[in-house]
Design a protein around this ligand. Structure first.
Ligand SMILES: C[S@@+](CC[C@H](N)C(=O)[O-])C[C@H]1O[C@@H](n2cnc3c(N)ncnc32)[C@H](O)[C@@H]1O
Length: 198
């Protein structure tokens, strides 16, 4: 589901970049990428996260995709020419990723799955394209944050089958993604590193 005007303001601003910088450094400290990694960021928005991934993780190839072509268009303006040479951005849907089984070293998700009505299929699709031993770096939010009595009137999210900590962790484990480490803020969200079973 695409963002409404209010959430576009929330994600496309310098405070969000600062938050992502801290998160990405923690993710890298927890588990760096192997050399020559080919990686994907789903729901990349205007590309601020992709720029940080490039700087901190230094993958050999970085793909970044989003459902919303307007976000991809913003990215073409937000990223520097040097970054644009290293980041391949495209419009797509996390439910149908254009990669073969077991083809990527890592997938990054910054606040995307809670926008996807069928988030369980999205988890399976991410797991499908990861190599055995590949890494899923994830930041996700829970409904108590984005669907409380204030935010549900301002932000736009799917309303059925939402996940909190227990459901999300169970779905990741069922897909064969093993938790390496996580930081959880109760009722708010999760920052985690998971590895696909070899
Ligand atoms: C909350 S924003 C996060 C943007 C960026 N990752 C960040 O952290 O600033 C969620 C993004 O996911 C994208 N999105 C939603 N559903 C998607 C889907 N099915 N496939 C790919 N991207 C999707 C939205 O268009 C939006 O850009």
């Amino acid at each position: 589901m695409k963002l409404n005007w209010a959430e576009r303001l929330v994600v496309n601003n310098p405070c969000r970049v600062m938050e992502q910088r801290f998160e990405i450094r923690w993710l890298r400290r927890t588990l760096p990428l192997p050399p020559e990694s080919v990686v994907l960021e789903i729901g990349c928005g205007r590309g601020a996260g992709a720029s940080l991934i490039l700087k901190e993780f230094q993958p050999a190839a970085l793909h970044a995709m989003d459902l919303d072509w307007k976000m991809i268009r913003l990215g073409k303006r937000f990223l520097s020419s040097r970054e644009k040479q290293s980041i391949f951005m495209y419009v797509g849907d996390v439910l149908h990723l254009p990669y073969g089984d077991g083809s990527l070293d890592a997938v990054y998700d910054f606040g995307v799955l809670h926008h996807v009505p069928d988030w369980r299929s999205a988890v399976s699709e991410i797991c499908r394209i990861l190599k055995p031993g590949g890494t899923f770096y994830v930041e996700e939010l829970y409904p108590t944050l984005y669907q409380n009595f204030i935010t549900r009137h301002i932000l736009l999210h799917p309303t059925e089958d939402r996940f909190g900590s227990r459901d999300f962790r169970a779905a990741l484990a069922a897909a064969g993604l093993n938790m390496v480490d996580s930081l959880e803020v109760k009722g708010v969200g999760l920052l985690a590193v998971l590895v696909k079973e070899a």
